[in-house]
Design a protein around this ligand. Structure first.
Ligand code: URA
Length: 403
């Protein structure tokens, strides 16, 4: 592809024409190797975000990004190893809860997770709020954690899907995050490169998700599953609500604290329910459990305290100590002018607020006793209705949408 043909490729995609597999492959290879500048890749990303891609183009893009780096084939090394991915939301700490919870039931799980994208928080950013936590493991240390404690979460190593690393950073600053083909290729290139036995996908829908409409989220779920066809990794997806931040805390350190609350059986019910639904599917996909025994194993792990112990073991295996979370320098109470129930939240704006506020800021609602305690927090803790009102909790019941 000459300079002229890069220009021609951009023109064709701008006109909404499909690109041949060899053109997509070459574009990705040359961009990864530094032979195509960011401004030309940005133009392609924008054209794709506006005009979309055919199923064939999307599959080629995913494969080209996957092949830009290492492939680990972890499923060949273990009887069963699970992976989990969320399409991203606000207050979404499901991976953090799910990983030790599933491991406490005897099922191995490893995740290569990402940083925040757009208005959504990143699992790695949250984990790095834990003092000493090493979220940049080599493949050797990644596997050491699996062997020692049965679960691990780390950033993709440099070798995994390097094309995605460059494109992900570019999308974050070019308004091209919300695109079905780009999200599909980004997620699945990394997931298939790790090569777990099974992958559970948490596809968010609502005002805090990249796909705001249920139909679009369903299309994304289908597209992600289709991208894994023939890969050897079994993939299931659940579509879950992101019309409100998940739980009562958003922001890195806040979400670690809430994760430990949930694993202690004292966390918000919506986080527990959404995580449990995904954990059940992981346990069933391992073939060691059916739905009923999976539910029971998860209950036992939570009630016995094993899930929480497992979280501490896992955090220690990655060098962290969760008893030392950063504390806010300043607390601002935002009081509701009158009593009532929160019926809707602009979750996107809440996410933007968190990303702007950064780790130095904490907002605590006046009426929530937990929030005004010494619990560490770094962005938002929300209060919806009074704790004593039965309708407030049912108001906050999270609709859980079936796969
Ligand atoms: N997560 C990813 O890894 N990529 C996306 O594009 C969106 C969410």
């Amino acid at each position: 592809m000459s300079e002229l043909s890069v220009y021609e490729v951009l023109n064709r995609k701008r006109r909404g024409e499909a690109l041949e597999p060899r053109v997509i492959e070459e574009f990705i290879n040359r961009y990864t190797a530094g032979g195509i500048p960011d401004y030309q890749m940005s133009a392609l990303l924008m054209a794709v975000a506006i005009n979309g891609m055919s199923g064939q183009e999307m599959a080629t893009l995913t494969q080209a990004m996957l092949r830009s780096g290492e492939q680990w084939h972890l499923r060949d090394q273990y009887d069963f190893i699970a992976d989990k991915h969320s399409t991203g939301g606000v207050g979404d700490k499901v991976s953090l809860v799910l990983s030790p919870w599933v491991a406490a039931c005897g099922v191995k799980i490893g995740m290569l997770s990402g940083r925040g994208l757009g208005h959504t928080g990143g699992t790695l950013d949250k984990l790095e709020a834990i003092s000493g936590f090493n979220a940049r493991l080599s493949r050797k240390d990644f596997e050491r954690c699996i062997a020692e404690v049965g679960c691990v979460i780390s950033t993709s190593t440099e070798g995994i899907a390097p094309a995605d690393k460059k494109i992900y950073a570019l999308r974050d600053v070019t308004g091209t995050v919300e695109s079905l083909p780009l999200i599909t290729a980004s997620i699945m290139s990394k997931k298939l490169a790790m090569g777990a036995s099974a992958l559970i996908l948490d596809v968010k829908t609502g005002s805090g998700a990249f796909m705001r409409k249920y139909e679009d989220s369903k299309a994304l779920a289908k597209s992600l599953i289709a991208a894994a066809e023939g890969s050897g990794t079994r993939v299931e997806a659940l579509i879950t609500d992101m019309d409100r931040p998940l739980g009562v805390a958003a922001g890195n350190a806040n979400e670690i604290a809430e994760t430990l609350d949930v694993l202690a059986g004292k966390g918000p019910k919506d986080v527990e329910d959404v995580t449990r639904a995904q954990a059940v599917r992981v346990l069933v996909m391992s073939k060691k459990f059916d739905e009923a025994s999976a539910g029971k194993a998860l209950d036992d792990a939570l009630r016995s305290g094993r899930a929480l112990q497992q979280a501490h073991k896992w955090i220690a295996a990655q060098g962290g100590n969760a008893s030392k979370l950063p504390q806010p320098r300043e607390t601002i109470e935002v009081k509701a002018p009158r009593s009532g129930y929160v019926t809707s939240i602009d979750t996107y704006q809440a996410g933007m607020f968190c990303s702007i506020a950064g780790p130095a800021m904490r907002c605590a609602p006046a009426r929530q006793s937990r929030a005004s305690s010494s619990a560490p927090a770094n962005a938002i803790r929300k209060s919806c209705g009074s704790d004593s009102s039965p309708s407030s909790s049912s108001e906050m019941q999270r609709p859980f949408l079936a796969p």
